[in-house]
Design a binder for this molecule. Structure first.
Ligand code: SAM
Length: 348
């Protein structure tokens, strides 16, 4: 198995069958080698920097009914809220004070957030914080809308493809939502000049290891600037309440594989990873991750953005605990960068 890790490190690629073997491996020596090489590659491109993103969860309303998600519209027990312009600006103000230089506006697909609402919010942030990056994660919208939001000052867009398999996609989403539309959105965003993030859940219901190989192949085609992966975690009020969650080991292995296949990618150690293991975030950083996204939403609403059970939003996940997060990052062997943390291309 160490031979395959060596090959992945040297060439940045493997055949489908070889990838399957590495994804499924249960070999301590090979896992240690994968971790070592993933860290070496991330250090070669990004040094020991960790980029922080302040995550502002602007709405828990969603018109979609994704079977895995706690804020799906069919969950009548979900607590709904939406932030107004002043709330969002005050989150940014707070985040800027705390040293954040990227703000991520994420939310369910809430029809309230029209372009007429979002454009002045984005241009307001752009004007007040010219040195900051603005990332959006607001789901599928029209090309026209993406263009308006880009022109208003947005720099990046996170839209996980969720799975590259149309069959699996249809098991995770209701009829009416299509993988094709999601993928079209990703290509449109890239064409419009956004730095684009795609990704998927690890261990989603019905997902096979071959599906994960398909995800990696899709990512090779799309060439996103960011890749967000985290374990699937069941939510008690969804059709997948009794499903098994994704494992820490598989998620870490995939993070290492992704770093070797995509040396330049921005790769977050996600909240979901920090939720399934107290040291998940640090272990992610030691396996190729270089981004952490602490929660900058108003404290009052954090519990309501309830995508999965036990989602962490306190301690080091909370933006206001930046100092203790920074200590943990330092003790894991890295340091917090004060830059915007854009994607860099080593070939330029
Ligand atoms: N509405 C936007 C979108 O569709 O991209 C952004 C919000 S959406 C809730 C953000 C991400 O949360 C999804 O892309 C999905 O991968 C992740 N997510 C949702 N439910 C989850 C669960 N039960 N476990 C882990 N991740 C989950």
């Amino acid at each position: 198995m160490t031979g395959l890790i060596e090959k992945l490190y040297q060439t940045g690629n493997l055949s489908d069958e070889e990838l399957l073997e590495v994804i499924a491996m249960n070999d301590d020596e090979a896992s240690a080698l994968l971790r070592k090489y993933a860290d070496e590659v991330r250090q070669r491109v990004y040094g020991k920097k960790v980029f922080l993103r302040g995550l502002i969860e602007i709405s828990s309303y969603c018109k979609n009914n994704c079977l895995y998600c706690g804020i799906r519209c069919g969950n009548k027990n979900a607590q709904r809220y939406r932030l107004d312009r002043e709330d969002i600006m005050s989150c940014c103000e707070n985040g800027y004070e705390l040293g954040f230089r990227t703000f991520v506006l994420q939310g369910g697909e809430d029809p309230f957030f029209t372009d007429d609402f979002l454009v002045p919010v984005i241009s307001g942030i752009r004007e007040k914080y010219p040195d900051c990056a603005i990332t959006l994660s607001l789901g599928e919208r029209s090309r026209e809308s993406y263009k308006k939001l880009k022109n208003a000052g947005a720099d990046r867009y996170l839209l996980r493809h969720e799975t590259a398999s149309p069959e699996l996609y249809s098991k995770l989403h209701p009829a009416g939502m299509t993988l094709k539309n999601r993928i079209d959105c990703l290509y449109e965003l890239r064409e419009l000049g956004y730095q684009v993030g795609a990704g998927f859940m690890v261990g989603a219901p019905f997902q096979t290891l071959r599906n994960i190989v398909e995800d990696l192949r899709f990512l090779q085609e799309l060439k996103p600037h960011m890749i967000g992966i985290g374990p699937f975690i069941p939510h008690h009020d969804t059709p997948f309440s009794a499903a098994e969650g994704g494992s820490l080991q598989l998620t870490l292995r995939l993070l290492g594989i992704i770093r070797l296949m995509f040396p330049e990618v921005l790769l977050p150690a996600t909240t979901a990873l920090g939720t399934i293991a107290p040291d998940g975030r640090e272990r992610g950083l030691q396996t190729g991750c270089n981004v952490v996204m602490p929660n900058l939403s108003p404290v009052m609403v954090r519990k309501k953005y309830d995508l999965y059970d036990n989602k962490v939003s306190s301690g080091e996940e909370a933006a206001e605990c930046r100092d203790s997060l920074e200590k943990k990052i330092i003790s894991a062997g890295y340091f917090v960068s004060d830059e915007r943390g854009d994607h860099i291309s080593i070939n330029n």
